[in-house]
Design a protein around this ligand. Sequence first.
Ligand SMILES: Cc1cc2nc3c(=O)[nH]c(=O)nc-3n(C[C@H](O)[C@H](O)[C@H](O)COP(=O)(O)OP(=O)(O)OC[C@H]3O[C@@H](n4cnc5c(N)ncnc54)[C@H](O)[C@@H]3O)c2cc1C
Length: 667
Amino acid sequence: MKRNGEPEIRVGFYVCHCGHNIANTVDCAAVARYAATLPGVALARDYKYMCSDPGQELLRQDIQEHRLNRIIVASCSPLLHEHTFREATRKGGLNPFFFHMVNIREHAAWVHTDRREATAKAQALVHAAVRRVAHHQALQTKRAPIHPAVLVVGGGIAGIHAALTLADAGKQVFLVEREPSLGGHMARFDKTFPTLDCAACILTPKMSRVGSHPHITLWTYAEVAKVEGYVGNYEVTVRHKPRYVDASRCVGCQDCIKACIYKEPKFPDTFNAGLSKRKPVYLPFPQATPQVVVIDPETCIQVKTGKCKQTCLEACVDRRAIDFTQRETLERVTVGAIIVATGFKTFDASRAPAYGYGVYPNVYTALEVERLVNASGPTGGAIVLRDGRQPERVGIIHCVGSRDEKTNRWCSRVCCMYALKLAHLIKERTGAEVFNFYIDLRTPGKGYDEFYGQLLEEGVQFIRGRVGEVTDWAFMPEEEGHLVIRVEDTLAGYVRRIPVDMVVLAVGLEPQADAQAVRRLFNMSCGGEGFFLERHPKLAPVNTFTEGVFLAGCCQGPKDIPDTVAQAGAAAAEALVLLDRGYLEQEPNTAFVLEDCSGCKSCLPLCPYRAITIAPETERAVINEALCKGCGTCVASCPSGSIGQNLFTDQELFSEIEGLLAPAAAT
Ligand SMILES: Cc1cc2nc3c(=O)[nH]c(=O)nc-3n(C[C@H](O)[C@H](O)[C@H](O)COP(=O)(O)OP(=O)(O)OC[C@H]3O[C@@H](n4cnc5c(N)ncnc54)[C@H](O)[C@@H]3O)c2cc1C
């Protein structure tokens, strides 16, 4: 085949068996024989594994020996191996965009059972590709520089670990945390399973390192307001909420708290899950990082009405850290990559009304008990009931808001283990009889099953069965004055009523309430359950579908601290790979605007990547190649057909369609 004034087209065609994946359903030899009959095909082969080194080497040699100037490989999905074969084509001395891939695995072998039909379909696809590839043009990739800084969103253990890893590697990190202190959920725990490490002892040094690291800019009480730009050059706008305290002047002496007009703490302390009270001016918790107080605008009289005596201001007269004139401010930073580590929220136990949360005062969530057992918690670590008595019998109900058709179907992965941890701590500190009500026990981590074994030895009781209800109705004298847990014991085979003093609900992990808004901000996706979606569960578990945006920790799905830290390290490594390369290779399959664009602007709102603007001089659309992802939406929607796209020109597409609809007779 020869096109006007251009060298003769010489196609090299390869069909891959992919082991049995393709060859079991498609007659690969017949496809190769068929391809050899098509105009322009100079060489056609079938080979067991084209992606193997010998397969690629074969392709490279053939280009040289047979003077091939177009390459087609019929094999698996381009998502897996388009890059592999483009590279082999380039190494053979050809422009890599003279290569084209035909997916006969997903489109023929895996969707048909009839060998003849699957082979015929593969041949039709190959015919289409041969027609198309003749029109391919040599294209060049472009390089864009990458800004060597990273934004980390969320200051829980995931964000902290990712930020420190990057900063220790010499990268500039901006860490944005929306609460007044770093720490996330881990800062609330007393001990961590299964080793029972003191959570504060292992977390606080990391928090202080973040606070003092020369390469980390820590912004607490701040949120990301806007993200513009593209991988390598994200322009991020951060919103700083007014703290009414100048962080550069406050030394955390807490004189202002003592001087506050409210003599006693009056408002629920959210860090203590509402189990204690705080004043409008407060330090979030003793190890808070930064050690800077914050004024709650909802409860501070001065912020709300401007009519307080401002005793806090007087107490801080020397340092002048209290500042009621503070207003919300916006700040812009440029970063090359973003790590999202926004964590999780726990299941709202009142959504499972049968367990009596919010009805019976001595029904607690696990997070509340985490604060009760904590030395810096509302009771100084004493595990007591609301009336101050120590419980003698405690029931821990597993899977509240997990593995439940009515609420959340997924397993929250950490509840079995934290329930065991709380059972151990309660027994150790109170000597109470502790009952665990479980469906299945899941203890698959390192040292986890051994921890379960330890609890059995300690005499903690395990009753298998989903709890039906928690009530205070006494049917028998021993139930009088107690909460009663009614459960079908599936091992014993009968319904039991267990009287207890305290009920602990092992609540599941859920996506953050604003996960959808955050998803939109960073152009990510959410899975069916609402956690952020990784690009590939096995091969790209910390990548998202947006280049340069990575995931770490529980925002991607429930996990324990060891897995969170491992994933945060992986996300930091992925960001480092990107930053250290220094430039970004941009695919040339971008859209371009033709001369006759009328400037009607209809493409502007349709572009999902915000890559199109109108040039003021020409009043025509212009496409930012760095932002364009080649999705083709603008090409298809342009009313005057004034937008084209590299690798998807009209000629290429129409030839492909013609080839598909009118295949040459199969051999
Ligand atoms: C009751 C309970 C006990 C547990 N005990 C253990 C244990 O003993 N051992 C163990 O291994 N695991 C335990 N876990 C699991 C552990 O809590 C998680 O593995 C860990 O907290 C995950 O850390 P993270 O950083 O991903 O999320 P988080 O701890 O939730 O941190 C996320 C951070 O991001 C911030 N954030 C959220 N949204 C934004 C936003 N839009 N902008 C800026 N910042 C934002 C949050 O304020 C928070 O600081 C327990 C979990 C529970 C519920």
